[in-house]
Design a protein around this ligand. Structure first.
Ligand code: F6R
Length: 615
């Protein structure tokens, strides 16, 4: 969480930083700040509690000149969101300004040592320790900035991506990274960019360097890009090309990124299948499977690790892999898995699912499983992200940047990749008949079209959502493939509308949650014909008998549930494994419209950040 940016070159840095921070705001929006050095070597720092627009207001009529600067958008960890705790932080000497994404675990010890040397701290953050420590090392050892950072960071435990500028030497930005992402953009005119991901950089250059853990870099128009690791070994920069459609970083006429991303799904799922599902031969090919066939087919057990929405996609993956490939599959929260004593060895295949590819717990789970000999398959969206780089192989979901904090198109992209993976493995293992395989592939190819049609339900859901603006609780239910959909629907609602929502396997209701049902409790239920229909109909009757308000997702042509439920939303007849791709859409739209009706900030819900880089 937290986003950092920086620029050094011939342009005015301020506008590059502001634009970059707006792109990174999905990472946190508790406070924002910039530090700039002007041509007189004045270090100007502007910071505010709030968002990047508040920062722009704050810097109006102030000196925002300078061709070097760093910026930050914060998701608070240590210290409440206020101006003092906002980054950039300045050293006591007034010489250095620093921005940081991550958590410094030994900051209490470092702070005490620095206090004993006469350093005073203004903020409650762990970050301020870094800037004072670097300042101390420079003074004590008479070192320039980069060597001082190399010495200082060796004493630091925890996760960091930092950028530092020095008031008296506006010719250099120094950056360092460990366990938090940092990308350097190499411009054409001796200019350099830095950011937590490539989105602030792509409109200036397509040449990027992904800094690795334990590396420190100096970016200077005069002396170029120099990278060293903490063992003082010089590293030659590995320049990669990134391509990103800038249009995807804009709302393109939609009021919110979330709505745009919901509407984007037909196109993005087409992208996800492109080159992988052959409409003529009906074959599915994933290069990761082709390249690592033996290792994948020998897996005796699969463990899917993920968090949040990606974990919900994992629950669908489990059902697919067990049904099609007959491989025992578990789904673990990455945060629990990494501290569990689950026996892992070379016969285990770990599938790590992550939109951002930066989620700290998922990354740590991957590293732990790898050390124990498991083979790791990544399913990520962000190209070149940490998880994508730390896995043995994997498949990108290719749905383009997801900016709304609530995940939508990434979920359907993850499910699509899991369907393709299960189909490919089933074919290779011979655990599925060609007929069933082809039937699913044919239907999979129709999904983008069906999604497009499903989006028409927006007309039905928008007016409906008004009725639920004042609800305090919601229950979502489903069975089989419908259960993860229910969990995902509940998560979408709670994270953006702040309405308490729970997802349950429908049959579990009787074991407790049914006590919650009264005439004020809306119940959303996936009641399609494929998901143990008769049993779910009984569950609906039980809720109706207790006067719950029922919104049911049904298969087209349904008459039974229609007679019982208050509202029914129809989806087409599909193989059960493909239903989540369509049934999720009305639930995404319901959450979206309820939040809009409540006047909430849909794209930036309170307390959340898109990329959870803290544990
Ligand atoms: C919910 C949401 C989160 C993420 C979770 C994992 O809408 O976005 O629950 O799914 O933080 O993030 P990734 O997939 O980036 O690892």
């Amino acid at each position: 969480m937290c986003g950092i940016v920086g620029y050094i070159g011939t342009r005015q840095a301020y506008s590059v930083l502001i634009k970059g921070l707006s792109r990174l705001e999905y990472r946190g929006y508790d406070s924002a700040g910039v530090a700039l050095i002007n041509k007189y070597k004045d270090l100007n720092i502007y910071k505010v509690k709030g968002k990047v627009v508040d920062l722009e207001r704050e810097s109006e009529n102030k000196d925002i000149s300078g061709c070097i600067g760093i910026g930050h958008t914060r998701w608070a960890t240590h210290g409440e969101p206020n101006t003092v705790n906002a980054h950039p932080h300045c050293s006591q000497s007034g010489k250095l300004a620093l921005v940081h994404n991550g958590i410094i675990e030994n900051y209490v010890t470092l702070k005490a040592k620095l206090e004993s040397k006469g350093y005073h701290f203004k903020s409650e953050t762990d970050t301020e320790v870094l800037v004072q420590l670097i300042d101390y090392v420079m003074e004590k050892h008479h070192l320039e900035l980069m060597p001082a950072v190399l010495v200082a960071m060796d004493k630091v435990e925890g996760a960091y991506a930092i950028a530092i500028i020095e008031k008296d030497r506006p010719e250099e930005i120094v950056v360092a990274k460990k366990s938090s992402p940092l990308v350097i953009g190499v411009g054409d005119n001796n200019e350099y960019f830095l950011a937590s991901d490539a989105t602030p950089i792509v409109e200036y250059t397509d040449k990027v360097v992904y800094l690795k853990d334990g590396e420190v870099a100096s970016m200077s128009p005069k002396s170029g890009l120099k990278i060293e690791n903490l063992d003082n070994v010089t590293i030659s920069p590995e320049i990669k090309k990134v391509t990103m459609d800038i249009g995807q970083l804009e709302k393109q006429g939609f009021p919110h990124f979330m709505l745009k991303e919901i509407y984007d799904q037909p196109k993005r799922i087409t992208d996800c299948m492109r080159g992988r599902v052959n409409p003529k031969t009906l074959d599915v090919v994933l290069s990761a499977v082709t390249d690592h066939k033996e290792r994948l087919l020998n897996a005796k057990r699969i463990i899917i690790v993920a968090c949040g929405t990606s974990w919900h996609a994992g629950l669908i993956g489990k059902r697919l892999l067990e049904r099609f490939c007959k491989i025992p599959t578990e789904v673990a929260y990455a945060s629990e898995f990494r501290y569990s004593h689950s026996p892992i060895d070379k016969d285990v295949l770990v599938i790590a699912i992550s939109q951002s590819g930066e989620t700290a717990d998922t990354l740590a789970a991957v590293q732990m499983a790898r050390e124990k000999g498991a083979f790791i398959y990544g399913i990520c969206n962000a190209i070149g992200s940490s998880i994508a780089r730390h896995t043995d192989t994997g498949s990108y979901i290719h749905v383009g940047p997801e900016i709304g904090v609530a995940s939508t198109k990434a979920f359907t992209g993850q499910v699509t990749v899991l369907i393709m993976l299960a189909l490919v493995l089933a074919k290779e293992k011979g655990t599925m008949s060609r007929e069933s395989y082809e039937e699913i592939v044919k239907e999979l190819l129709l999904i983008p079209e069906r999604m497009q049609k499903m989006l028409e339900v927006d007309k039905q859901i928008k007016p409906l959502s008004k009725e639920f603006t004042f609800a305090h609780h919601f229950i979502y239910m489903g069975r089989g493939f419908g259960y993860p959909v229910a969990l995902e629907g509940a998560l979408k609602l709670k994270e953006i509308s702040y309405i308490h929502a729970e997802g349950y396997p429908a049959a579990e209701m009787k074991h407790g949650p049914i006590a919650l049902i009264d005439n004020e409790m809306p119940v959303v239920i996936i009641a399609t014909r494929t998901c143990l229909y008769d049993k779910v109909v009984s569950n609906i009757q039980e809720i109706k008998a207790r006067k719950g308000r029922i919104i049911a997702i049904v298969t087209e042509g349904d008459t039974v549930v229609k007679n019982i439920a208050d509202v029914t939303i129809e989806i087409p007849t599909l193989p059960p494994c493909l239903e989540p791709l369509i049934a999720t859409i009305p639930l995404q739209l319901l959450a979206y419209h309820v939040a809009v009706c409540k006047g909430l900030n849909v794209d930036q819900p309170r307390n959340l950040a898109k990329s959870v880089t803290v544990e």
